[in-house]
Design a protein around this ligand. Sequence first.
Ligand code: 0O2
Length: 242
Amino acid sequence: MNDPAPVPDLTDFSRVRAELGRFMLNRQFAINEVMTKLTILRTEFEHLHDYSPIDHVGSRLKTPEGIIAKARQRGVPLDLATLGKEIRDIAGIRVVCSFISDAYWVAEMLTKQSDITLVEVKDYIAEPKDNGYKSLHLIIKVPVFLSESVEDVIVEVQLRTVAMDFWASLEHKIYYKYDQEVPARLQQELTDAARDANRLDETMERLHNEVRAIPRRPAPHEAPASVVRDLLAANQRYRDTA
Ligand code: 0O2
């Protein structure tokens, strides 16, 4: 039989509290780092194209109670170093995209950055869970530069479409409402709804690609290309003579 998980020494309560505070703060810093990267990717994309690949982004830091519950469930020792390694969704970010291809694009752009280490990919879009859950999960490590050290912090990034997110939020609520024992009929309906959501995603992506292939007509207030060209040429002549 395994030895019981060691319990933290609470005699020095203020030291434990300070260490836990530091631990949580570093995870929040890691979230901030990744959120900044996402904002840059999103803003640059919007500047170059005429739509946004990201509908919205959310983040959450697991509560100490949530961390301890997950650790106990998995038999993970309750020391901060092990928790930081084994509980990989303490720092969590959810990126909700317009289309499936956008979720993969954001994942690729994020993971190819030189300071990001990709630890694991769980592609529940390509291989949905039995209940129909779909999402692309990235477990990444991001360096957090502190005053006297650098800490590599694990962040879980979940990427999914609006339809997948809608489904997952409701399923999560139902799962907790029934204390994880969801009646078979509801489970079946959820699985059917996941299939419908997937069909919607595929149709929307196809329509989106079709519409993107049509050359864009200038909006009534937009200056025709020739006017813009003349302006640029005039600007160049001015610079040459200045
Ligand atoms: P909460 O309340 O969202 O935090 P790992 O973290 O990789 O060591 P884990 O946790 O089994 O192992 O990984 P997995 O399967 O990738 O799940 C991580 C998170 O994905 C979950 O966190 C959920 O947020 C989400 N998720 C996974 N499966 C489902 C599902 O079937 N339905 C819904 N709605 N969400 C799911 P937590 O900690 O379970 O919950």
